[in-house]
Design a protein around this ligand. Structure first.
Ligand SMILES: Cc1cc2nc3c(=O)[nH]c(=O)nc-3n(C[C@H](O)[C@H](O)[C@H](O)COP(=O)(O)OP(=O)(O)OC[C@H]3O[C@@H](n4cnc5c(N)ncnc54)[C@H](O)[C@@H]3O)c2cc1C
Length: 415
């Protein structure tokens, strides 16, 4: 009987445990998490903050007896080290657990840039349920809030921070909003949209110091501007939780390097989710693709292999759909111009509609969009399906909105 231990009980850990149970009815399965709550989804935190759901609404499995019924042992604790030779792992409380296969599904943690004042009480992250409680308790309706960072997560949480009449400002050090997901045109449109909703946005600026000034925080920017706010939200990015792997032989870069079977450099140790650096679809590069659908798919593949059922991921597909204060934007694959690629553009600034398609040869390899939600499924199908567009490439270069027609003519035929 195999002993499977899963470190991390977020979406990746939970789906891995359930997949393992289906694949191996006899196995011993232990799911370890270090947060106080039952397994939950961080994705649901914005809905919690706006009061659309309560805390229980964030739980990944709503039924109390779910894990017990599947004979999955939930263990509360923090893993501090793995011994690959002895096939054991150590927990912070001193206990030791033996394993035959282990999955690292430990996700990421928010980075804290080395800015004086970053540890002041009203400087908060928005990453965990504990963070959400702190935000709800300490940022009153109407308060002045500064958000540092306007990346993917930063834009997702804008709506919940701006709720209840709060005066929200954003400082982003990149030259535009969501710079790692959107080109200049799309980033500029998102900014204009946010400003239209009353959010003050500064790009190309850094916070250099935070000082307590009575009940308020005085935040200095690198251009000399000083902002007085009631709270600061740090949304400057996250880093995979890999520290406890030091010395166990698992090769790491930004995250844990895995092959197409989600196995690490050490046989029997797998990784999935925000902590994993997997092979990117279409490019073969390693990327950390920190979105929940990918975490879950990686976990499923890892678990099948742990149970001895060979499975591979054809490549982690980088795509993001973002709702910024009601404006839907998306980026797919190689949206940034790669050398030798052709691009097609369609822009309607006034109506907040933008499409940019990136072609390599007669294949669509990436896209950015604002609005155009009707095309998102087809865009994904054409890019992920590596569909050869033939004569449809020229038609799309002339008129990017012919995506559905191109998919019907070429994508379905290829499928
Ligand atoms: C506010 C917010 C909004 C988001 N919105 C979206 C969205 O709209 N769409 C989307 O796709 N993604 C979204 N995400 C990202 C998404 O939540 C992550 O991609 C997803 O949670 C990754 O799942 P995971 O299981 O890999 O990691 P996590 O969910 O981070 O779970 C890992 C767990 O492992 C625990 N852990 C870490 N180290 C140890 C250790 N040593 N021992 C024991 N336990 C440990 C952690 O505490 C954590 O509980 C959002 C994230 C946030 C914060």
């Amino acid at each position: 009987m195999l002993r499977h231990v899963i470190i991390g009980n977020g979406p990746a850990g939970v789906v891995a445990a359930e997949t393992l149970r289906r694949a191996d009815p006899q196995a011993e399965i232990t799911l370890i998490g270090d947060e106080a709550e039952p397994p939950y989804s961080r994705m649901a935190i914005p809905y919690l903050l706006t009061g659309k759901i309560g805390e229980a609404g964030t739980y990944l499995r709503k039924d109390d007896g779910h894990f017990a019924r599947l004979r999955i042992t939930l263990l509360h604790g923090r893993v501090t080290a793995i011994d690959s030779g002895r096939r054991t792992l150590a927990l912070a409380d001193g206990s030791v657990l033996a394993w035959d296969r282990v999955l690292v599904a430990t996700g990421s943690h928010p980075v804290r840039p080395p800015i004086p004042g970053i540890d002041l009480p009203r400087v908060l992250s928005c990453w965990t349920l504990a963070d959400a409680r702190a935000i709800a308790a300490s940022i009153a309706p109407g308060a002045r809030v500064l958000q540092m960072g306007a990346g993917f997560i930063g834009c997702i949480i804008l709506e919940s921070l701006a709720a209840q009449g709060r005066q929200l400002s954003v400082v982003e050090m990149g030259d535009r909003m969501v710079p790692r997901m959107m080109d200049e045109v799309a980033g500029g449109m998102i900014r204009r949209w946010c400003e239209g909703k009353g959010v003050r946005v500064r790009t190309g600026r850094r916070v250099v110091a935070i000082v307590q000034a009575g009940d308020a925080l005085l935040v200095s920017l690198d251009d000399g501007e000083a902002l007085e706010v009631d709270a600061l939200i740090n949304a400057t990015g996250v880093k995979p939780n890999i520290e406890f792997l030091a010395g166990c032989g698992v090769v790491v870069d930004t995250g844990v390097l895995v092959d197409a079977a989600m196995q690490t450099s050490v046989a029997g140790i797998f990784a999935a989710g925000d902590v994993a650096e997997a092979i990117e679809f279409g490019t073969g590069r390693r990327v950390v693709n920190a979105i929940q659908p990918d975490a879950v798919e990686q976990a499923r593949v890892a678990a099948l292999n742990m149970a001895g059922q060979p499975a591979t991921l054809p490549g982690t597909f980088v795509f993001n759909v973002l709702d910024t204060l009601g404006l839907i934007s998306a980026s797919f694959g190689q949206w940034h111009d790669a050398a030798g690629c052709e691009t097609a553009h369609l822009l309607d600034e006034a109506r907040y509609r933008y499409l940019r398609l990136v072609f390599n040869g007669d294949r669509l390899v990436g896209a950015n969009s604002i609005g155009h939600t009707e095309h998102l499924g087809v865009l994904r199908g054409l890019i992920q399906g590596r569909v050869r567009l033939g004569e449809w490439q020229a038609r799309l270069l002339a008129n990017p909105t012919l995506l559905s027609e191109a998919y019907l003519a070429r994508g379905l035929a290829a499928a």
